[in-house]
Write a protein that binds this ligand. Structure first.
Ligand code: PAF
Length: 296
């Protein structure tokens, strides 16, 4: 396949190199205007990719968008006139709320959404490390996207394990719930994920989870408090030594994904007239932190 990766950060570069190793024709669309970019996955040899090539964009069978949620609109907007109506467009990022906008702009295209638990890290511009083996779920966002289940096999060949999930919305909500619980707290307290297992966080995590369950049930996601709380704590323990992405963003004073994580939850809560004070407090706190950087 002709695959274009829009946003060759850590996750985008991981998929670029894995697709290339699986025999696909891969090109990149990064922020830099250099016409070629090189990448090295772990100890594999360097491979070179065209960058910002309009012809690669026009010929793409699949565009994989791996920029952060808040960058999706500005990254894709200038490319819209060059995207072929047959090209499959796939979103892969933390948070929710970008697919609606994308589908409105590319109403003829198949839109697929993905969530992955792979860990990747880019210590330098050309190097990508696969730091944690995970799995990836895909599903259609619109009717044409729902017919793209063959992609699971294609992607599974490049970087297993990949499954097609007809209920991708449910999977995204579970991931959103995990991010709502872990990301703001670890960012505010500047702590590792594992520290949330301490007794001082129990009440807060329980309250956050109760609010999530109420909103998710109204969104027709079947989930119970006990199982969601257990899932969240399982991720806290499995990633105990890691810093969450939001903790890292706050540490480096970069814009966070809060609007597409807790912000998305608050919007859904408002729609259903559900009160979510615990999550609202976390949202306000992260927004205040972000604002304090621009006021300096
Ligand atoms: O955003 C993150 O950091 C990750 O999604 C997660 C699961 C919270 C682990 O750190």
């Amino acid at each position: 396949m002709n695959i274009l990766i829009l946003g060759p950060g850590a996750v985008g570069s991981l998929w670029a190199t894995k697709f290339q190793l699986a025999g696909h024709h891969v090109s990149l669309w990064g922020r830099t205007s250099e016409s070629e970019l090189s990448l090295q996955l772990d100890d594999a040899p360097f491979t070179t990719y065209s960058n910002q090539s309009i012809s690669s964009l026009q010929e793409a069978d699949l565009i994989l968008i791996t920029v952060k949620a808040w960058q999706v609109e500005s990254a894709i907007e200038p490319l819209l006139p060059h995207i072929n109506a047959d090209t499959i467009v796939m979103l892969m990022h933390n948070g929710m709320g970008t697919a609606e906008w994308l589908a409105s702009k590319l109403s003829a295209n198949p839109i697929v959404i993905a969530t992955t638990t792979h860990g990747a890290y880019k210590p330098s511009k050309q190097q990508v490390l696969h730091t944690g083996h995970g799995y990836t779920q895909l599903g259609g966002f619109n009717a044409k996207g729902a017919q793209c289940d063959f992609l699971a096999e294609v992607m599974n060949h490049a970087l297993p394990e990949v499954n097609w999930n007809p209920n991708i919305n449910g999977a995204l909500w579970i991931k959103l719930a995990i991010n709502c619980a872990i990301n703001p707290l670890t960012a505010i307290h500047q702590c590792k994920n594992g520290e949330l297992a301490g007794a001082e966080f129990t009440t807060e995590l329980v309250n956050i989870t109760h609010e999530l369950v109420e909103v998710m049930n109204k969104e027709e996601i079947e989930v119970e408090f006990g199982s969601l709380y257990a899932t969240i704590m399982q991720v806290v323990n499995a990633t105990a030594a890691n810093y969450s992405s939001m903790r890292q963003d706050v540490f480096h004073k970069r814009r966070t994904e809060i609007d597409f994580i807790t912000g998305y939850l608050l919007q859904a809560a408002k729609k259903h007239h559900i009160s979510t004070p615990e999550n609202a407090k976390l949202y306000q706190h992260i927004k205040q932190i972000e604002q304090s950087w621009t006021e300096q």
